[in-house]
Design a protein around this ligand. Sequence first.
Ligand SMILES: Cc1ncc(COP(=O)(O)O)c(C=O)c1O
Length: 424
Amino acid sequence: MKTRFLGDHRLHPESLALRYGYESAWSEGALKPPIFQTSTFVFESAQAGKDFFALAYGLREPTADDHPGLIYSRLNNPNLELLEDRLTLWDEGEDALTFASGMAAIGTSLLAVARPGDVIVHSGPLYGGSDHLLHHVLTGFGMTPVGFAAGRPFETVRPALETALAGRRVAAVLVETPGNPTNSLVDIQAVATWAHGLEQPGARPVVMVDNTFLGPVFQHPLRWGADVVLYSATKFLGGHSDLIGGACVGSRAALAPIRALRTFLGTMADPWTGWLLLRSLETLKMRMTAQMKNARYVAEFLAEHPRVRSVHYLGLLAEDHPMFGVYRRQCVGPGSMVAFEVDGGEAEAFRFLDALRMVRLAVSLGGTESLAEHPATMTHADIPPADQLALGITPGLVRLSVGVEHYEDLLVDLGQALDAIPAR
Ligand SMILES: Cc1ncc(COP(=O)(O)O)c(C=O)c1O
């Protein structure tokens, strides 16, 4: 059933997440798709195998009713194809790809478009792993990262960015909004308009947006001009802290080189992860909505607490903040990531983290349970201290991923842990 309509009524992604792309008749009437735990697929004839490879390797142009046949699970697998079909729904992309991790999605996408000598423009802060990839891995392949600050109108950071480019070719622009861990926003439309208007030899830059923090429920980067949306599916898409996965969504043309490189790097997800993600997508909207409601209680509670200096939560963004207009236009909701600064530095933040009883002290985010971590010494430890400070990653900063627990229980736990910080 690959229709998005009931008569002339357009179905919503949360309804399509239960059925889209799957027919029970294919699998002995099974309501849910089975796990296709197989490495390879049997061809009906040698000619069928030849035809499938010609299509998969781009040796002939696909016709309108061509369906790529199943070959080998590094190229395609029913669980991944179903999942990819359903991932297109939320972001309204033509195509989607799943990966073994968020880093596999980001790394494969960047390597598919960037070449030695190219610049990769990026917003800051980025998740520590992405920052490391750009500044310590891709540099070894002759690519240069050039950053600009999130949390400010793009026109205010554009002149310095253009000076830093010094006329070099920009292969990709990697935007993370809201940025991990500070929730700083980037105006996707402003960045995409600038990038697509750059005059340079060869292809125009590919604008990639890491949408992990708000997920496809609360932000739709393709609508604002992004070419590729990236996800760590480990987070909200998976939602139960029990898998590692990644995804990207975009037009067929934008994803074609990424799909080709995924085949040859082998960075795809496995069938079991694909099946788990299919299950998780069924509850994506209700989980993210429940988490967002809890996060508002948490953020408001923290903002009033005497041991808290500041709270970074999109739901508390002041109307006179320079990014408030971008938030209202670009985001459907504030999500459930909250960062806050305790009154003090690393010692006080550690005191708080060690005193938590219900909220678990762990990196990662987007799962059903609430997690807390210390970005400066954990997820973003790799970034030099001066750069951390410039990005707002202070020694007293704590990042919270708010889960689906009862909000009163969360407030009691956070309150007792904050009270454990000695008054200064
Ligand atoms: C915003 C963001 N992007 C990408 C990643 C990397 O994802 P993964 O751990 O699935 O490789 C993370 C992980 O924390 C993240 O927070």
